[in-house]
Design a binder for this molecule. Structure first.
Ligand SMILES: [Zn+2]
Length: 178
């Protein structure tokens, strides 16, 4: 590789790192906690995903200050904020919920604008997520912490087309958790 090529290669590499590192003046070791977080999310994902189907969507970890997760057909995206704020059991439920959308063949586009249909899909995904969370060996009783944290941060509902956090808490209020 010529020196010029090497320089442009390094420049490209550095600019891609800048996307990843909040403050480029800080040492690169600050990416380590991030790497640990990605590994943690991946581990949970890989424990649950095989219970859905033989092949499952790709996991995408997205840096964002908003707690969110979504299924978009071929991918399931988990934001850094949701990973950081939830413990393993809570995060397992969120991942199980998104994998349930996949297993149930839910694609938002199909029902765009039909609020009731979307809410019922969300409810079904929560129901199936309880099962996947249990199968993967996580404490499904801790899943309520997910919605409590959402409520604390964003009020009753993060997105208008989701059932309220109160309703979701009620739906996952399992007798075995009392
Ligand atoms: Zn959902």
């Amino acid at each position: 590789m010529s020196r010029l090529k090497l320089c442009s290669y390094l420049a490209a590499l550095l600019s891609s790192l800048v996307l990843y590192v909040a403050d480029p003046s800080l040492p690169l070791s600050i990416t380590d906690p991030e790497q640990a977080q990605i590994e943690r999310v991946t581990t949970i994902y890989e424990k649950i995903a095989p219970f859905t189907m033989e092949s499952f969507p790709t996991l995408v970890y997205q840096k964002s200050e908003v707690m969110n997760a979504w299924f978009s057909g071929e991918k399931i995206t988990i934001t850094s904020a949701i990973a950081e704020k939830l413990n393993d059991d809570e995060l397992a439920f969120v991942i199980a919920h998104e994998l349930s959308h996949f297993a149930l063949g839910h694609l938002r586009d199909e029902v765009e604008g039909q609020e009731e249909a979307i809410i019922s899909k969300e409810a079904h995904a929560d129901e199936l997520a309880v099962y996947y969370t249990l199968r993967a060996g996580y404490d499904v009783c801790k899943a309520k912490g997910t919605f409590e944290k959402f409520r604390e941060l964003y009020g009753e509902s993060l997105l208008n087309d989701h059932p309220s956090n109160a309703l979701r808490l009620y739906m996952i209020d399992l007798p075995m958790c009392h």
